[in-house]
Design a binder for this molecule. Structure first.
Ligand code: C5P
Length: 232
């Protein structure tokens, strides 16, 4: 598992997504398919992007009772994706059920990672709205340890937390970090952000980058800038 840049393909439909991917002549970036695209196009969009040779992170953030998550993961296990995820807030029994559902009859499965706290949530919002009064990094670490102890492969977390997650859970426990912005770019609704270069230095395994690439005037150049800063 090497370091890689994952592009969040947050597009409303197939035509916009494929037009975007067509710009990458000769390159096959690792692609994240999230709720918007999956709900619009269904599993066929996963098969289509896969058949074009991209690795896929299917970001559906499952969060429900263990039995429901297990059954849903069984369905997703039939799609040939590389990574998928659940919310750690669903707790350990749900995460263990997710692994069970995702594991195919031959014992293989995609990587399974857990969302800790969304990078759009900050300490104040967490206290006011979710009524969690502990420091956000303590909450993230506790979720990460639950994920690790449930057999998951890593977490989605802010790049600001990646180093601490590695210290607590080991360096082979993956950190997948959205909330990435160029030093000279807008932060938008992301509250806990870092540049690709900083994310590299603190040891993120994968960065997930959406708008800084998808909304760039030259998306390929923006992607290549991410790769240069993060992977070199
Ligand atoms: O456009 P931007 O770079 O903010 O996109 C970040 C992507 O990462 C979005 O698809 C968002 O859903 C996802 N994500 C996130 N924070 C998390 C988990 C996933 O921003 N904690």
């Amino acid at each position: 598992m090497g370091k890689d840049v994952i592009i969040a393909c947050d597009f409303p439909g197939k035509s916009e997504t494929l037009a975007f991917l067509d710009k990458f002549t000769g390159r096959k970036p690792f692609v994240k398919i999230g709720m918007e695209l999956f709900y619009a196009e269904g599993p066929d969009i996963v098969r289509e992007i896969r058949s074009r040779g991209h690795k896929i992170f299917l970001d559906l953030k499952l969060h429900d009772i263990p039995n429901t998550v297990k059954s849903a993961m069984k369905v997703l296990s039939r799609l040939d994706v590389d990574m998928c995820n659940v919310h750690a807030a669903g707790t350990s029994p749900m995460m263990r059920a997710a692994i069970e559902g995702l594991t195919r009859d031959d014992g293989t499965r995609p990587l399974l990672i857990a969302v800790t706290q969304l990078t759009s949530t900050d300490q104040k919002t967490m206290e006011r709205e979710i009524l969690i009064e502990r420091p956000i990094d303590e909450v993230v670490m506790s979720y990460a340890l639950n994920a690790k102890n449930s057999g998951l492969d890593g977490v989605v977390c802010s790049p600001l937390e990646a180093e601490e997650v590695h210290t607590a859970c080991g360096w082979d426990f993956l950190t997948v970090t959205p909330g990435v912005r160029f030093a000279d770019g807008d932060t938008g609704d992301q509250k806990r952000v870092m540049t690709p270069l900083e994310a590299n230095r603190i040891g993120s395994d994968y960065i997930v980058v959406g708008r800084p690439v998808t909304k760039a005037e030259d998306p390929v150049a923006a992607y290549e800038r991410c790769v240069r800063e993060f992977c070199d």
